[in-house]
Design a protein around this ligand. Structure first.
Ligand code: HEM
Ligand code: HEM
Length: 130
């Protein structure tokens, strides 16, 4: 497994622990957290834990399923940076109640998702016979 794919999985586990801690804090000390803490929790869990796990496993397994190499490792490297910087920025924006920061993070994240989509489609190539 390529180091970048391992890093995706490590990041997924780190986000799961961080998001879980935020959820637990919400249960124990709800008044200590800012208004958008649950939104941060939801995205740390769904994009951070579930999403990063899907990216790491998907980038490793899809080329093997199709019998073709990944369309572009460099696109996947760029995606790694974009989705991680994007998620951290978006969550920071929610926790700090800074909409501009959240929006900037969301935009980076979205570009990262787009790169993943393009890479997967170009690897799976639904139009190819085999
Ligand atoms: C240690 C594990 C977890 C804890 C302690 C936790 C805690 C919480 C709490 C306290 C809420 C707010 C419930 C409410 O009062 O409305 C919540 C909402 C939520 N959680 Fe978790 N959760 C955990 C794991 C997860 C996981 C694994 C996922 C998804 C993969 C997840 C996704 C969500 C979502 C989407 C919401 C709704 C957020 C919202 O309404 O804005 N959580 N969680
Ligand atoms: C580019 C990526 C994303 C951006 C910019 C984004 C942004 C947002 C925003 C602004 C809201 C609040 C909507 C409102 O005002 O009520 C929201 C809610 C939500 N999003 Fe996302 N999202 C993204 C990706 C995702 C993904 C991939 C998932 C799931 C896999 C997800 C799950 C949710 C859920 C469950 C809620 C409702 C929970 C809550 O109110 O906190 N989002 N998202």
């Amino acid at each position: 497994m390529l180091p970048r794919n391992r890093w995706f999985i490590a990041a997924a586990l780190a986000y799961a622990l961080l998001g879980g801690l935020l959820g637990l804090t919400w249960l124990a000390f709800p008044a200590a957290l800012p208004a958008y803490a649950l939104r941060a929790h939801a995205h740390l869990m769904l994009l951070g834990f579930v999403g990063m796990m899907i990216f790491g496993i998907g980038l490793h397994v899809l080329p093997r399923f199709t019998g073709r190499p990944l369309f572009s490792e460099r696109l996947a490297d760029a995606q790694f940076l974009l989705v991680n910087i994007g998620l951290i920025t978006m969550v920071t924006g929610w926790l700090a109640d800074a909409r501009l920061v959240t929006t900037a993070g969301g935009a980076l994240l979205w570009i990262g998702l787009l790169l993943f989509a393009l890479n997967v489609v170009a690897t799976v190539r639904p139009w190819a016979r085999r």
